[in-house]
Design a protein around this ligand. Structure first.
Ligand code: OGA
Ligand code: MN
Length: 294
């Protein structure tokens, strides 16, 4: 078997064939997939039934995993459904049933319906995320991706110059606050301390520039907040036009992998009375976008 990648959108995103993700990969295979990610930024693999262990092992080919707990909403160990290393983005509780409507965990996860880049609220933000479909919801629940390189390229020169060196502050407090998420605890407020991120990033391998936007971005350093939020809104509106967006309609055992440095994503509303079990692993980034305390 040799790896092949077929484009599934005019500007980015590809579907990979010729690979079994449950197997240990050769260095050549890893290289082919990394090159595919640099080019397509989103890669889809169909028909890949995976255990959590297999998903983590596949993900580690691309770097160490991010600590799934640190920095995010604190969920008591005894309430967690999945093991260390797995991000549970399902709508399920430990009993395997959909979370109650007023569950804090559920309300927090609704934040994934805002366009974002994973872990942009961490000083060293994520490299890749990998999402595996274990139960597909019957209604809605598509995941959408936006190509932030193509969005950057399409800006006019004046705006590019204006934003080139801008630095934003990102925090879960901004994204969850935007949805009216109630009552952060003192522990959460301490965990969600804002971090700084460049607004324009350059990919370390390809050298392509991209807009680094995320629902977690809430201020721009040196700019009055309303002006900053308006600029961020405008840029988000620009970057998520249909021509830059790929819509993923889930099938059971899909695995989709994206580069958080070059894309944003969001999940659409679905039938919350029915299970939707998707599980994420996150490959840690290796650098800050601006100098700051870790
Ligand atoms: C995520 C996420 C989207 C989805 O796992 O980071 O945003 O489709 N999930 O559940
Ligand atoms: Mn996400």
């Amino acid at each position: 078997m040799s790896i092949a990648i077929r484009p599934i959108h005019p500007v980015f995103a590809g579907e990979v064939s010729g690979i079994d993700l449950t197997r240990e990969l050769s260095p050549e295979q890893v290289q082919a997939l990394e090159a595919g990610m640099d080019r397509y930024a989103v890669l889809l693999y169909r028909d890949q039934p995976l255990t959590d262990e297999q998903q983590m092992a596949f993900s580690r080919h691309f770097g160490p995993l991010e600590n799934a707990r640190g920095g995010n909403i604190p969920i008591k160990t005894e309430d967690r459904r999945l093991s260390e290393g797995m991000n549970d983005v399902s709508n399920l509780g430990k009993d395997g049933r959909p979370l109650a409507r007023d569950s804090r965990q559920r309300l927090f996860n609704i934040g994934n319906m805002l366009w974002h880049s994973d872990s942009s609220f961490r000083a060293i933000p994520a490299k890749y995320s990998l999402l595996s479909a274990r139960i597909v919801n019957p209604v809605g629940g598509n995941t959408e991706f936006a190509d932030m390189r193509a969005a950057y390229d399409a800006l006019d020169g004046g705006l590019k110059a204006e934003i080139e060196d801008l630095v934003c502050e990102h925090s879960l407090m901004y994204s969850r606050g935007a949805l009216g998420f109630p009552d952060f605890t003192d522990e959460e407020k301490a965990l969600f301390k804002p971090v700084r991120q460049r607004l324009v990033r350059t990919h370390p391998i390809t050298g392509r520039k991209s807009l680094y936007l995320s629902s977690h971005a809430g201020t721009i350093i040196g700019m009055p907040t309303p002006e900053a939020r308006m600029l961020l809104r405008d840029l988000n509106e620009h970057a998520t036009q249909e021509r830059f967006v790929h819509v993923h309609r889930w099938r059971l055992h899909d695995l989709i992998m994206w580069d958080n440095r070059q894309t944003m994503h969001r999940v659409r509303r679905f039938d919350e009375s029915q299970p939707r079990d998707v599980r994420r692993t996150t490959v840690a980034g290796d650098a800050m976008t601006v100098a700051q305390a870790a």
